[in-house]
Design a binder for this molecule. Structure first.
Ligand SMILES: Nc1nc2c(ncn2[C@@H]2O[C@H](COP(=O)(O)OP(=O)(O)OP(=O)(O)O)[C@@H](O)[C@H]2O)c(=O)[nH]1
Length: 429
């Protein structure tokens, strides 16, 4: 961050510097407009200014800065002893960004910190921008404006070409001209992208551009899914600022969605085993069972309970008990399929719901779980499970629910425990 201070008082320079110690490079100071002008030959990100300078007024210097199109958006911060209406009006007219009293330099430091943060974010642009525009000079102008931000710019001259590129690659942002060379207009390209919901780039930010002062067309574009509109001829600074804002908003949205998905996964998952929890099971199972009924498919619900788990805990400790739970869950996962719902519903109890298996499908699955656990010796221990199965046969179309299937499977489990454990009992729901 390159800052300059155009200030006449040596004492005030020191005061200012003390408030700006967080800058990576200290500001370069000048007391005359003539010297400060020379400094503008190199790039400058921020200017501190006083009203009265050795060889003229600070306002004149601000006007000089603003006449340079490359410096149109550089913040100019005026520090003044007294702020009144006349000073504010002249400052505004001269292009000064903000006025701070010499007695509240902490407020100015906060402004500078916020500006640095936003400049940091701006620096991090990456990815590819697609520009669909049939004028080669405009394409060149956009490329030259955007590439220094870190975006790579891909260009094409017709809507058809744009549509094909959008189907093949992910873009950070799309800039589209309203009138294009081929059959497709900018509007039809915008509609194509937005109508293809769920498709690649369906939610990419779109900035429409046109030289026509046609409000109806602008509204139409925005209605069909363009996010912003820029009139030609464009200012490079405005183009960059809008693109940065759009990309930043999209990233915020993506981050929020990722956090939401993560929280959703956490809310439906059992932390110890990674299986679904009871909350998710009760929500999803009723939906699956009623779908099975409507389609005339069978459904099997298995309630799996580790035998004498209290004894395992008491003998080997709670931590080893946890390992037994996690490994038993992994063994159950090995013999179940991607369409089965597998959950841990309580301490040492697991549930599997399978839809669409044959008549003996539930029993076979339960046997597979039982033998897999027994054979694998979770955590190096001799562990067995008892399993109760509730079966709903497809063709009968009898009404059933998760609650009633769970009750039936629980009754079957109770019988399996009573008959000596390490076995499967199946009952019709
Ligand atoms: N390590 C561990 N133990 C748990 C967890 N949740 C519950 N338990 C323990 O699991 C044990 C369950 O014991 P019981 O319900 O008496 O059943 P059991 O000893 O398996 O006997 P049967 O089911 O009749 O074969 C209790 O000792 C609970 O403290 C857990 O997350 N980790």
């Amino acid at each position: 961050m390159k800052a300059i201070g155009v200030l006449s008082s040596r004492f005030f320079r020191q005061v200012l510097q003390r408030h700006l110690v967080f800058l990576s490079e200290p500001p370069r100071f000048f007391s005359s407009i003539a010297d400060a002008r020379k400094a503008l030959d190199e790039s400058v990100d921020l200017i501190f200014l006083e009203r009265h300078l050795e060889d003229g007024s600070g306002f004149d210097f601000a006007r000089t800065v603003r006449r340079d199109p490359g410096m149109a958006s550089v913040p100019i911060l005026l520090v003044a002893t007294e702020i009144d209406q006349a000073l504010s009006a002249t400052s505004l007219e001269a292009g000064i960004t903000e006025i701070f009293s010499k007695y509240e330099l902490e407020r100015m430091a906060s402004y500078v910190r916020a500006f640095m943060n936003s400049a940091d974010v701006a620096l991090r642009l990456s990815g590819v921008a697609l520009v669909v525009e049939d004028s080669l000079p405009v394409l060149r102008f956009i490329r030259e404006a955007l590439e220094p931000t870190g975006l790579r710019v891909e260009t094409c001259t017709t809507g058809e070409e744009g549509r094909d590129r959008l189907a093949e690659h992910d873009f950070e942002i799309v800039l589209v001209d309203v009138l294009l060379g081929g059959q497709m207009t900018g509007l039809s390209l915008v509609r194509h992208v937005r109508q293809n919901a769920g498709g690649r780039n369906a939610r990419v930010p779109i900035l429409a551009m046109s030289g026509m002062e046609d409000a109806a067309r602008r509204i139409e574009l925005l209605r069909h899914g363009a996010d912003d509109f820029l009139a030609k001829p464009m200012l490079a600074e405005e183009l960059i600022a809008r693109v940065r804002n759009m990309v930043r908003i999209r990233r915020l949205l993506q981050e929020t969605e990722a956090q939401r998905d993560h929280l959703r996964r956490l809310a439906m998952t059992d932390q110890l085993t990674g299986l679904y929890n009871r909350h998710y099971l009760t929500e999803a199972a009723d939906r699956c069972i009623s779908e099975a009924r409507e389609k005339g498919l069978s459904a099997h619900l298995l309630v799996i309970d580790i035998d004498h788990f209290k004894h395992i805990n008491d003998t080997h400790g709670h931590s080893l008990g946890d390992s037994v739970l996690a490994e038993t869950a992994a063994r159950i996962r090995e013999v179940t399929g991607a369409n089965d719902i597998v959950a841990r519903t309580g301490g040492e109890e697991f549930v599997v719901l399978r839809v669409g298996a044959g008549v003996a499908g539930g029993l076979a699955l339960a046997e597979a779980v039982r033998t897999q656990v027994e054979r694998s010796r979770p955590a190096g221990l001799s562990v067995t499970v008892s399993i109760g199965v509730a079966e709903v046969v497809g063709e009968t179309k009898q009404p059933s629910s998760f609650e009633s299937m769970f009750k039936t499977a629980d009754t079957a489990l109770y019988q399996a425990k009573r008959f000596g454990r390490n076995r499967v009992v199946s009952l019709r729901d």
